[in-house]
Design a protein around this ligand. Structure first.
Ligand SMILES: C[S@@+](CC[C@H](N)C(=O)[O-])C[C@H]1O[C@@H](n2cnc3c(N)ncnc32)[C@H](O)[C@@H]1O
Length: 218
């Protein structure tokens, strides 16, 4: 897979390194779980903000050299506009790439009749609005393909644990909780670190290519 590069520079120093480290973390997760991504998957980047990680998602979550659908959803118009400028459709050999302003807690803001092979959420901040995130997770789990996976990263341990518990309460199955050894600490809050942990959840256990969690829960 060739590198998928942004059309414009990232907005802040440190992001380019963060996304490369995220790419390695995602690759480790898929390798541990023996997940072979589809050649042309459908990928949702949920609550994507500026969607800085778009390039690495397109590199790691696709096994083919082209094709696939990529959608980013977020509440914030400015971030969605920036993502749209940074990740232009023609560059990535995709069938479709789109960034859309949406409130993902509302069923009617989700694209009609669409399901996804991967739903990715970075730094979901569950504790900010637990009731809202419970709704977002409910819609997300309903939109995963049968062999699909929901992958999320967190910047705080507590944020991560709350999100894993909330998803498990909704019947999702935790396949992997992977600490990120090379995560970059952020000075603005104690314990805050970029993509500090990655979790991979599936809607139910009966998916053949996932190894049992007793072996993989690190
Ligand atoms: C901590 S930021 C992380 C943004 C981005 N994923 C990143 O890693 O930079 C959390 C994001 O969740 C989005 N968000 C919160 N509630 C949402 C909702 N109901 N629907 C869609 N996006 C939401 C916010 O707008 C914000 O961009």
């Amino acid at each position: 897979m060739r590198h998928v590069l942004p059309a414009i520079d990232f907005s802040f120093p440190g992001i380019a390194g963060d996304v490369v480290r995220l790419r390695d973390l995602l690759r480790d997760a898929l390798r541990l779980l023996k997940v072979a991504p589809p050649a042309a998957p459908s990928i949702l980047n949920l609550a994507c903000g500026r969607a800085d990680e778009t390039g690495v998602l397109l590199e790691v979550l696709r096994s083919g050299t082209g094709g696939g659908q990529y959608l980013g959803l977020d509440l914030r118009t400015a971030e969605i506009d920036e993502a749209t400028r940074r990740w232009r459709p023609s560059m990535h050999a995709l069938d479709a790439i789109e960034f859309r302003v949406a409130d993902a807690s509302l069923a009617h803001h989700w694209p009609a009749k669409t399901s996804f092979d991967f739903i990715f959420i970075r730094h979901q901040n569950y504790w900010d609005a637990p009731a809202v995130w419970d709704q977002i997770f409910r819609h997300a789990l309903a939109r995963l393909n049968p062999a699909g996976a929901l992958i999320f990263t967190s910047y705080f341990d507590r944020e991560h644990e709350l999100a894993m518990a909330a998803l498990q309460t909704q019947g999702a199955h935790l396949s992997l909780d992977l600490p990120h050894a090379k995560s970059r600490s952020l000075p603005e809050a104690p314990g805050k670190s970029v993509d500090k942990r990655l979790a991979l959840m599936i809607p139910h256990c009966a998916v053949e290519h996932f190894v049992p969690p007793s072996i993989l829960h690190l």
